[in-house]
Design a protein around this ligand. Structure first.
Ligand SMILES: *[C@@H]1O[C@H](CO)[C@@H](O)[C@H](O)[C@H]1NC(C)=O
Ligand SMILES: [Ca+2]
Ligand SMILES: [Ca+2]
Length: 374
């Protein structure tokens, strides 16, 4: 048993090192490369879900100088004001997050290469935050009133964890992600069809919407007169006033034996026991809220933030930091139902991961914030 685990760890480590090397050859990640990649750095492999450059079909408005999300949101806002009062938006309830100072990041990083540290003093102003991840029902209301088409729908595929795919769908797939073979690009997978064409969301309308790219998330939030949270806002909200704690509720993963988040129990990636009640996503708000009244801040679906990714942070005191001015990846927070300590110890407030903005996957969603109650 122990030997098998060691072999698996070694194999993963080896694959990870190779993939890191290969990616660094053609990108600017030298600066981010860590001398000693750890086994945990493989994570759930979600950060390797990049669309291969050769396979990317040009999508109108996607490339070039214009930012499709900003352009889209402007159009949508105009439409929305014209149609004011006609459409009943199904928006999430929000809570006021009173601004203040907090310690962001950690000096005891669970996954050092992710840039979880150093711990630093950050001030954020007050804002309102959705108490829940955006659901399929809410996203559907956005799509039916705006006609929005997601990036996964335009691309024609999205990444799905193989453990939740039907045999029919699986048998049609040949390409896989080298670093994380449990991720498969599935034709026809998108928010309406989370596990491909033979799946639907009819019985999951109150689950988090999945397979949304960063631009899709921005478009939704704009439609709702909201925006994505910065990483600092998200982490401040996650911590809910607790200092130096791992999780939104404290340091114990399962206080009194109770599950506080939809995560993975069992042997990743082969067996999910579903001890917390769910092997896939759960309806939002199925687990206890944190001290600020926010649900599923860790677990269920990963959540996009507005920040570009970097692993280098200043220790100077920051006021409403917004991350780097540019980058190749966006920061996502909170981990998902696929996170297990052995592979993806990222269901902590300080934990973070990244994806290219056009990525979409079966464990990635979002929630919005705003300056005013919507
Ligand atoms: C949606 O999926 C369910 C199984 O989860 C199936 O019973 C149902 O027929 C599907 N509905 C449609 C419209 O495809
Ligand atoms: Ca679970
Ligand atoms: Ca979440």
């Amino acid at each position: 048993m122990r030997f098998v685990t060691m072999v698996r760890c070694f194999a993963l480590f080896f694959i990870l090192v190779c993939v890191n090397k290969a990616l660094c050859l053609r990108s600017s990640c030298e600066a981010q490369q860590e001398p000693a990649a750890q086994q945990e750095a493989a994570g759930c492999g979600c950060e390797s879900l990049k669309r291969p450059a050769a396979a990317v079909e040009p999508v109108e408005g996607r490339t070039g100088s214009g930012d499709p999300a900003v352009k889209y949101s402007r159009d949508s806002n105009e439409r929305m004001h014209e149609a004011q009062g006609q459409e009943k938006k199904l928006l999430s309830r929000m809570v006021l997050i009173s601004g203040g100072e907090f310690l962001m990041g950690t000096d005891n990083p669970g996954i050092p290469p992710d840039g979880e540290g150093p711990q630093r003093l950050v001030h954020v102003d007050s804002f309102y935050m959705d108490i829940q991840e955006v659901t399929n029902r809410q996203f559907q209301s956005f799509v039916s009133s705006s006609g929005y088409v997601t990036e996964a729908e335009k691309f024609g595929d999205s990444f799905v964890y193989e453990g939740i795919l039907s045999e029919t769908v699986k048998s049609q797939i040949t390409q896989a992600v080298a670093a994380a073979p449990w991720w498969l690009p599935v034709k026809g997978a998108n928010w309406r069809h989370p596990e491909g064409p033979d799946s639907n969301i009819t019985e999951r309308l109150d689950h988090p919407v999945l397979h949304v790219s960063w631009a899709d998330a921005v478009a939704y939030c704009s439609w709702a007169n909201k925006r994505l949270p910065t990483e600092a806002e998200w982490e401040y909200a996650c911590r809910a006033g607790l200092k130096d704690r791992l999780y939104p509720w404290g340091n114990k993963l399962t206080p009194k034996g109770q599950h506080y988040a939809n995560l993975w129990q069992g042997d990743f990636p082969n067996h999910n026991s579903g001890e917390d009640g769910y092997v896939k996503t759960s309806p939002v708000m199925s687990f206890p809220a944190n001290g600020f009244g926010l649900y599923d801040m860790v677990g269920n679906a990963w959540e996009w933030t507005s920040d570009w990714w970097t692993v280098h942070h200043t220790t100077d005191r920051q006021h409403n930091p917004k991350g780097p001015l540019s980058g190749t990846d966006k920061v996502k927070k909170g981990g998902s139902y696929m996170c297990h300590k052995s592979y993806c110890y990222r269901y902590r407030c300080a934990a973070r991961s990244q994806n290219t903005p056009d990525s979409s996957a079966s464990n990635l969603g979002f929630r919005c914030v705003s300056e005013e109650q919507q």
